[in-house]
Ligand binder design. Structure first.
Ligand SMILES: Cc1cc2nc3c(=O)[nH]c(=O)nc-3n(C[C@H](O)[C@H](O)[C@H](O)COP(=O)(O)OP(=O)(O)OC[C@H]3O[C@@H](n4cnc5c(N)ncnc54)[C@H](O)[C@@H]3O)c2cc1C
Length: 59
């Protein structure tokens, strides 16, 4: 059996550090309850890139 879920999003090309977008130890964006970056209010995230919420297709 192969378990392939939980892929890491390819965020490096986005240069999020330049925009001051903080990420956690697993490289997910740190977000508040509105899916808004805690360090750059112009940035929102959902799905596999987000530190909160489920990593599911329905998201
Ligand atoms: C094997 C497997 C089975 C799964 N089974 C289920 C399941 O049964 N049910 C379920 O709900 N979820 C399942 N998932 C999880 C689900 O697929 C993900 O959680 C979901 O697809 C995440 O959506 P996303 O939009 O965050 O990322 P993605 O679906 O990965 O979308 C990211 C998109 O960004 C694009 N992209 C990347 N870099 C760039 C760039 N530089 N410029 C432009 N576009 C870019 C990619 O090509 C991609 O289209 C499964 C995942 C895997 C791997």
């Amino acid at each position: 059996m192969v378990h392939a879920v939980g892929r890491i999003s390819d965020l490096e090309p986005l240069d999020l550090d330049v925009a001051g977008v903080e990420r956690d130890e697993r490289e997910h964006l740190k977000l508040n309850g509105f899916l808004q970056s805690v360090s750059n209010p112009a940035v929102y995230a959902a799905g596999n890139a987000a530190a909160v919420g489920p990593a599911l297709t329905s998201v």
